[in-house]
Design a protein around this ligand. Structure first.
Ligand code: HEM
Length: 435
């Protein structure tokens, strides 16, 4: 329930960063507030904007597939900005998005072991959420609310015992945790799809059978798409977002299977080790191997057993949500995240084929599924691939659906800068000329 002491985060955020804060009264209030707004029911209320945003992602990929890496980042950031603040980012260059990625990079660099902590150099949690919060408050004053999470937090501020500072930090940390995690997950998914064409083939067959050629998938289709669900789980297993979890810290001396863990011990949830269980452990004659051929991206394992473990092995200690952590610090954003992930997998695979890129001589450029950036979360380094629509008919449907999504997207297009306004108008004009 506790996190290990992290002096930098304590000093800079005064213990108000929900992810890193120690077990304290402040953490309890922040956690309660996050849970109060991120319920499965609340996440379902935000589905229409998530559905509209995935249509823009698919449309972006149709238009300029070579920029897939940043399209995915824009999409994840826009989904989370929309559900939290009711204001979306139509472009990767949207000022809020640019600011987010710049400050996020500075923050994660500072958190890396060995970084010098220049504490004044730290605008994110103070300036960014406050600026966004002011935009939100101004809109509420104009009577233009659209049901965002921050609106709900402001309404329930007293009931949730949040002061202004806590409100700012909470909104900031939710953007941070919600944006990068989802985009890195989707980049890992695309990397795996490029490397494993046979997985795509199976998914295409399933989606074509259930959804067909003439409409884009909706979340309601998911229950009829077991292989797509298996891909979602296998991506978490293959490249877990936090390979060593976010460390926990014992509040008291604990005993586990005869081992004594003293009070004040840092505990890593070794998600990588568990998901990539190497087989026989040298000091023991017991075969602990949980997964068959764990280095292989093979969603079928989740059709064989609930947790993807080798048939006959006891995987009952695992849960399908294990990639989201465990215990009282488990990720409170998992319902929002799962909706984004499921909508993305269905729609990306309905619309596209993901291939290796080719060099000027026509030879395929191999992808390296282990080429990841360093840091707390697992983000693949930018890579090349070729993304092509599966049919001309699907390309037309995407243009049409993109136009139809205008009504929903524009509800979240408040106070866009002139460049953004010009951009959305141009994009919609182009789509109109194609249908
Ligand atoms: C692919 C998507 C995501 C993954 C894989 C993920 C994974 C995780 C993991 C592993 C933890 C640490 C849990 C632990 O300590 O045991 C965590 C914590 C957290 N996540 Fe997520 N997350 C995702 C998306 C989100 C989203 C969309 C939000 C917010 C809307 C969010 C908000 C948080 C917060 C606030 C915490 C800290 C909770 C605490 O320490 O009390 N996450 N997440």
């Amino acid at each position: 329930m506790d996190r290990p002491p992290l002096h930098l985060a304590e000093v800079v955020t005064q213990g108000l960063n929900l992810v890193l804060s120690r077990y304290s009264e402040k953490w309890k209030i922040l956690r309660r507030a996050a849970q109060a707004i991120l319920t499965p029911q609340a996440s379902a209320r935000h589905l229409p904007i998530q559905q509209a945003e995935i249509i823009q992602l698919v449309h972006d990929l149709l238009r300029s597939p070579e920029s897939f890496y940043t399209h995915v980042q824009r999409y994840s950031n826009s989904v989370i900005l929309s559900v939290l603040y009711g204001k979306r980012s139509p472009r990767f260059e949207t000022p809020e998005t640019v600011k987010f990625f710049k400050v996020e990079h500075e923050w994660t660099t500072l958190l890396e072991t060995g970084a010098t902590p220049p504490l004044d150099y730290f605008p994110f949690f103070k300036i960014y959420p406050r600026a966004m919060g002011e935009v939100e408050t101004e809109r509420l004053r104009r009577g233009e609310g659209n049901g965002s999470y921050v609106e709900e937090l402001v309404e329930k501020q007293k009931e949730l015992e949040l002061d202004r500072e806590m409100l700012g930090y909470l909104s900031g940390v939710l953007i941070e945790t919600g944006s990068e995690t989802t985009s890195s997950y989707l980049q890992s998914l695309i990397l795996a799809l490029v490397a494993y064409p046979e997985v795509q083939k199976k998914a295409h067959e399933e989606i074509d059978r259930v959804v067909g050629q003439h409409r884009m998938p909706r979340l309601g289709d998911l229950e009829h798409l077991p292989y797509v669900q298996a891909i979602a789980l296998e991506t978490h297993r293959f490249r877990p977002m936090t390979p060593y979890g976010i460390p926990h810290y014992t509040l008291a001396t604990e005993e586990y299977k005869g081992y004594v863990i003293p009070k004040g011990s840092t505990i890593f949830i070794n998600a990588w080790g568990i998901f990539h269980d190497p087989g026989k452990i040298a000091v023991s004659s017991i075969d602990f191997q949980l997964y068959d051929d764990p280095e292989n991206f093979n969603p079928d394992r989740y059709l064989l057993t609930e947790n993807g473990t080798k048939p006959g092995v006891d995987g009952s200690n695992l849960r399908p949500t294990f990639a989201f952590g465990a215990g009282r610090r488990i990720c409170p954003g998992l319902h929002v995240a799962q909706h984004t992930i499921n909508l993305s997998i269905m729609n990306l695979l309905w619309a596209f084929e993901f291939h290796k890129a080719v060099d000027p001589k026509g030879n395929p450029i191999e992808v390296d599924t282990m080429d990841y950036l360093s840091g707390l979360t697992a983000k693949p380094r930018s890579f090349k691939c070729r993304i092509t629509p599966r049919s001309a008919e699907k390309a037309e449907i995407i243009e049409l659906e993109f136009l139809n999504a205008t009504a929903m997207l524009s509800k979240f297009e408040f106070d866009l800068c002139p460049e953004d306004q010009e951009y959305v108008a141009k994009l919609r004009g182009l789509a109109k000329s194609k249908v």
